[in-house]
Write a protein that binds this ligand. Structure first.
Ligand SMILES: *Cc1c(COP(=O)(O)O)cnc(C)c1O
Length: 223
């Protein structure tokens, strides 16, 4: 762990949830961060999450932040705290089915595509609005739709990053006005990583997903 977790925490307002992104790091690394009081941890691969979850404290709130294949939903459905990377109707249908099988509700965010670069995953604004309409019509009865997640372009151009977060924020506010006036649960806007969380918080983020600034650089060769 890098020594500056205290400084990092001091920079994040208490109203903003800090999710420690622990992908590629060991259960021992996670435990060290857990002992500083952090309870929210994010993983982007189901396999990796399943290798850590059973051997770590039960009060950890696990977030799935990477692309989720429908055939893997059943493995995380019993315990997952928040699926942040919902990017299709098909996936949300399966999350709903598996939530029903486990007699629980599963909280989700819609992942919105805001970056300029070509990435494979994420919904555009129209697709997201369509899913929200289906949700309001009752299609995903065991899903709690809590908000949106987005990733800005990986660039040094802070104006561009700010602009992308701003667009996500405007869309969030528009959806809230149109569909969630009576639903206090739609509150989460997950944006901001190690390189851009300060801008994200200034733009209204309620949840930051921070990996390398907590755990140090990732070494994918160790995996
Ligand atoms: C890896 C990852 C992060 C954390 O990235 P850092 O730059 O290490 O803070 C945040 N969100 C998602 C979706 C990720 O895959």
């Amino acid at each position: 762990m890098k020594g500056n977790l205290k400084d990092l925490k001091a920079e994040i307002p208490s109203s903003v949830t800090l999710v420690a992104v622990s992908k590629t790091h060991t259960a021992d690394d996670i435990l060290e961060v857990y002992q500083t009081g952090i309870r929210d941890f994010g993983e982007n691969k189901v396999q990796e999450l399943l290798s850590k979850q059973p051997i770590l404290p039960e009060d950890i709130r696990w977030h799935l932040i990477g692309h989720l294949q429908t055939n893997k939903v059943k493995f995380i459905a019993p315990f997952i705290h928040l699926i942040q990377s919902v990017d299709s109707i098909k996936l949300l249908d399966e999350i709903n089915n598996q939530a029903q099988n486990n007699k629980r509700n599963i909280s989700c965010l819609l992942q919105i595509y805001i970056a300029e670069e070509e990435t494979k995953y994420g919904l555009d604004f129209n697709e997201a609005q369509h899913i929200i309409e289906l949700y309001k019509a009752g299609r995903f009865s065991n899903v709690n739709l809590m908000g949106l997640m987005g990733m800005a372009t990986f660039t040094d151009n802070t104006d561009q990053v700010r602009n992308e977060f701003g667009k996500l924020m405007s869309f969030f506010n528009m959806m809230k006005d149109l569909y969630f006036k009576d639903d206090q649960a739609f509150t989460a806007i997950s944006m901001g990583m190690s390189g851009d969380y300060k801008i994200a918080i200034e733009e209204g983020s309620t949840m930051v997903r921070i990996g390398s600034a907590i755990f140090g650089e990732r070494d994918y060769k160790k995996m």
